[in-house]
Design a protein around this ligand. Structure first.
Ligand code: NDP
Ligand code: 2IT
Length: 447
């Protein structure tokens, strides 16, 4: 990055947010990649769009007190970062995980702004969550926490203001409790939260959307950039949560053989291809660890140390667990093993060094903002259905998702090519997402 304006803004970001390393990382990646566009469009600097873009419009931090099953009062910290509303109401998930802090929520909210722009819908960027750990908690404890969380959050959100959804640790159960409390306090039944169960306003296809979207995007990318497809390709997928599971299902349907998947403790290896139904039962119904898989599938093996999974030889690697799970060392091993494509189902799963290494080595790289935007896209579809009080069929949702994931790929590739390197899809995605947000900010004046 040599543009003086961008360098100065990034220096200020570091000074103002000295301990927020994930946020700094996400900002650096974007500023570095949009440089050619900023060089061409002088109004960006004249109107100081970038310094405005990297400053969240609003950060809400709050105490979340709740009672555990022993009657003890517990306290967690809640967050909602309303990052940017230039192109629509704030929109983005809630993450419940002990690692959650302001840096993580800010990086996610910042990326969400450009991701939501890429979906082609009118949604601004936000993210929220808490350092609450749902693991090992009873239903009653989860409900107690969710009700307390919403008792503060409700006043900051609304169907035309800010629409939360799920993320790590927030699935249908948590969404149900959050929605129930929102409805009760506000005495309204509106689509303020997406990812709802089907019985009270959820969209068909939302559960599957992020994983399916990732599979559609990467499948089209293989076809257009390598003249190949998933058939008989060896695939590894990190994680075994919502995104990873439905990526497994769609990739398998497309002919790929998913040989390894993980959780934070370890990974399973099944050379015959991981059985979606078996894993779905373990994770979604029984809510157990991935190690249980080998009890049903005797030929599969379980290994401690999830990170070691990246050393398995594969054609396609899809990172669907969490941020910074693929560093330069993992990237070097994947490239040495001749990986064809790396896709980001999680948000920022590859470090900047790993990402650059893939691009330099002409690995097909599907960056998170584009590749995993299927989830929030179908959240947008859920908002449309709620507002118009209609229900779209699963087929209709899936057709629209697939079509739009492919359109986004085309936009990203066209942009990357325009700036001289068709493999630099990070540049392609970031400039495509940024343009719309920047133009909207320019049109709306200094706000
Ligand atoms: P889930 O909570 O359903 O699953 C998370 C998975 O990732 C679990 O297998 C979990 O393992 C693993 N994981 C989480 N945190 C860590 C960690 N610190 N270290 C190692 N493994 C970890 O979440 P989702 O599937 O919804 O989300 C996964 C990723 O996808 C996140 O980056 C999220 O932001 C992103 N994403 C999600 C979307 C959605 O619609 N849900 C949309 C777009 C992106 P364990 O059970 O052991 O903790
Ligand atoms: O990272 C993401 O895009 C999500 N967790 C989904 C957000 C949403 O509003 O559906």
């Amino acid at each position: 990055m040599t543009n003086k304006y961008l360098v100065n803004v990034f220096e200020k970001v570091k000074q103002k947010n000295p301990y927020e390393l994930e946020f700094q990382q996400a900002v650096y990646e974007v500023l570095n990649s949009i440089e050619p566009y900023v060089n061409e469009h002088k109004e960006i600097e004249e109107l100081n769009i970038i310094e405005r873009l990297v400053e969240p419009e609003r950060i809400i931090t709050f105490r979340v007190p709740w009672l555990n099953d022993e009657g003890k009062v517990c306290v967690n910290r809640g967050y909602r970062v309303q990052f940017n509303s230039a192109i629509g109401p704030y929109k983005g998930g809630l993450r419940f995980h002990p690692s959650v802090n302001q840096s993580i929520i800010k990086f996610l909210g910042f990326e969400q702004t450009l991701k939501n722009s890429l979906t082609g819908l009118f949604m601004g960027g936000a993210k929220g969550g808490s350092d609450f750990d749902p693991k090992g908690k009873s239903d009653k404890e989860i409900m107690s926490f969710c009700q307390s969380f919403m008792t503060e959050l409700y006043q900051h959100i609304g169907p035309d203001t800010d629409i939360p959804a799920g993320d790590i640790g927030v699935g249908k159960k948590e969404i149900g409790y959050l929605f129930g409390q929102y409805k009760r306090i506000t005495n309204t039944f509106v689509g303020t939260i997406t990812g709802k169960p089907l019985e009270f306003g959820g969209s068909l296809g939302r559960t599957e959307a992020t994983g399916y979207g990732l599979a559609y995007y990467t499948s089209k990318m293989l076809e257009e950039m390598s003249n190949t497809n998933y058939k008989d390709k060896k695939v590894i997928i990190s994680g075994s949560g919502n995104v990873a599971l439905y990526t497994l299902e769609k990739v398998t349907n497309l002919g790929g053989k998913v040989i390894a998947m993980s959780d934070s403790n370890g990974y399973i290896l099944d050379e015959n291809g991981i059985d979606f139904k078996v894993l779905q039962e373990i994770k979604e119904v029984k809510k157990e660890r991935i190690s249980k898989y080998v009890e049903t599938i005797k030929t599969a093996k379980y290994f401690e140390n999830a990170k070691q999974m990246w050393t398995i030889k594969c054609d396609i690697a899809l990172a669907c667990a969490t941020q910074n799970e693929i560093d330069l060392d993992c990237a070097k091993i994947l490239v040495a093993n001749n990986v064809i494509l790396v896709g980001e189902g999680a948000n920022m799963p590859c470090t900047i060094e790993a990402t650059n290494y893939f691009i330099e080595n002409k690995v097909l790289f599907a960056p998170a903002k584009a590749a995993n935007c299927g989830g929030v896209m179908v959240s947008g579809f859920e908002m449309s259905q709620n507002s118009s009080r209609t229900i779209w069929s699963k087929q209709e949702v899936d057709d629209k998702l697939k079509q739009q994931m492919e359109n986004i790929l085309h936009e990203v590739l066209a942009c990357a090519k325009h700036y001289g390197n068709p493999y630099d899809t990070v540049l392609g995605a970031n400039i495509t997402g940024f343009k719309k947000v920047a133009n909207a900010m320019i049109s709306q004046g200094v706000i």
